[in-house]
Design a protein around this ligand. Structure first.
Ligand code: SAM
Length: 198
């Protein structure tokens, strides 16, 4: 994990972080569903001290690592909890939410209910950022699949075609734009920039 974090942040470009971060409010509550061991939530909390980032992940081990990292960084504007995205309920308003490389780990039938819950917890105009893996081009998909299996061999994977995921987001009450994400590694990553409609 340590090696992964070191390598991942080593090759992450600032532009990559900013492409997502530009849509997050500088203050107020932000939700990170599937936060893993906190790579992004720690960065976005560190970047804006008045932003309150709440990370949720299925893995107890990853949540413990994220909490330890937050403590070591002295951050009090990020909090982590163990939880299943499939059980997520819009239990309070957040100003923005993001899901980075998690939709493909959620069983396909549970994705639309999760999107509906996320829409419920966002105000009109609130932003949901979804970064995920397109099914094309196939060689990039296979590369990403191999890495997914290496990192979490037991976790199921279902990649959505970008058109299908965009349609599901649109049907859930979001105005959606999408573009490819620039990365050093050959991931077929797509960023969906979703604004909650009124
Ligand atoms: C590829 S990692 C991405 C982690 C983080 N978003 C990042 O970009 O560094 C996928 C994460 O989704 C989590 N996950 C998988 N299924 C989940 C579920 N049903 N509910 C919450 N988290 C889940 C895994 O534990 C893992 O941390």
């Amino acid at each position: 994990m340590r090696a992964y974090c070191w390598a991942r942040f080593g090759i992450l470009r600032q532009r990559f972080l900013d492409e997502i971060g530009q849509y997050l409010p500088p203050e107020g509550p932000v939700l990170d569903i599937g936060c893993g061991f906190g790579l992004f939530s720690l960065y976005y909390a560190l970047a804006e001290p008045r932003r309150l980032v709440r990370g949720v992940d299925l893995s107890r081990r990853r949540i413990a690592m994220a909490r330890r990292a937050a403590a070591r960084l002295g951050l009090d504007n990020v909090a982590y909890e163990e939880g299943d995205a499939r059980d997520f309920k819009g239990d309070g308003e957040v100003l923005a939410a993001y899901m980075l490389d998690i939709v493909h780990h959620i069983p396909p039938g549970a994705v639309r209910p999760l999107l509906a819950q996320l829409r419920r917890c966002l105000p009109a105009g609130g932003m949901l950022l979804v970064k995920d893996v397109d099914t094309r081009p196939a060689p990039k998909r296979w590369f990403t699949w191999a890495l997914d299996k290496l990192m979490a061999p037991g976790t199921p994977v279902h990649y959505w075609a970008a058109d299908a995921l965009q349609a599901a987001l649109g049907d859930s009450g979001f105005r959606v734009r999408r573009h490819l994400m620039v990365d050093v590694l050959p991931y077929p990553h797509v960023l969906f920039v979703c604004e909650a409609t009124g």
